[in-house]
Design a protein around this ligand. Structure first.
Ligand SMILES: [Zn+2]
Length: 217
């Protein structure tokens, strides 16, 4: 089973991909992780990507797709793979669809983790982390038990990720809506698009995704 998870940053794609990897025995492919790994290893693609990123440019689609192609040929992907964070544009999706048949692979299902933009901005911008132990909290949904004290280590120092500021989140959402949302009709037309409510609890979202994967919807 080869799956693409679609959804804006903060929708919980990474978390769900991790759970699916563990429960389905498929491999989770996050292009961000793969790039970091390739650069750390100093592979041919890694060197190429590092140079491009150092210049502050975006890694071209063909480099990303060849990195994915290399990765899914490995034995731990024999049961399938989950793509998290790719494709991000229609051009990447088309390119992926052209490349996979050459490897005797195809995308079976595309699962959109649908979110409400406004609620997502609020959810993410309420996140904060313990500066000492890294435990994650949320002002609205997961506050510390005692105000201002980390449940885990008792520290009173907390920080917010720059990424999680409301305006940054809004900008990332806009990029998603502009560039990635057009993939939804593309996959819908192919009859492989499914959607789950990403505003539900993590466990419920996982349950919905598992039903889709099992073909029970
Ligand atoms: Zn702590």
């Amino acid at each position: 089973m080869n799956i693409i998870l679609l959804g804006p940053p903060g929708a919980g794609k990474g978390t769900q991909a991790q759970i699916l990897q563990e429960t389905l025995g498929v491999c989770k492919l996050s292009t961000g992780d793969m790039l970091r790994e390739a650069v750390a290893k100093g592979s041919e693609i890694g060197k190429k990507a590092e140079k491009i990123m150092k210049e502050g440019k975006l890694v071209p689609d063909e480099v990303m797709v060849s990195m994915i192609a290399d990765r899914i040929a490995r034995p731990d992907c024999s049961k399938g793979f989950i793509l998290d964070g790719f494709p991000r544009t229609l051009a990447q999706a088309v390119f992926l669809d052209e490349t996979l048949p050459k490897l005797n692979k195809k995308i079976d299902k595309v699962i959109e983790i649908h979110v409400d933009d406004k609620a997502l901005v609020e959810r993410i911008s309420n996140r904060f982390t313990c500066s000492k132990c890294g435990a994650g909290y949320n002002k609205k949904t997961r506050p510390t038990k005692a105000e201002g004290v980390c449940d885990n280590c008792g520290s009173a120092e907390f920080s917010c990720r720059a990424d999680d500021k409301a305006e940054t989140v809004a900008a990332r959402l806009k990029a998603y809506n502009d560039l990635t949302a057009p993939l939804l009709p593309y996959y819908r037309e192919k009859g492989i698009l499914y959607s789950v409510d990403g505003m539900a609890e993590i466990g419920k979202v996982t349950g919905e995704i598992r039903k889709i994967v099992a073909g029970k919807t």
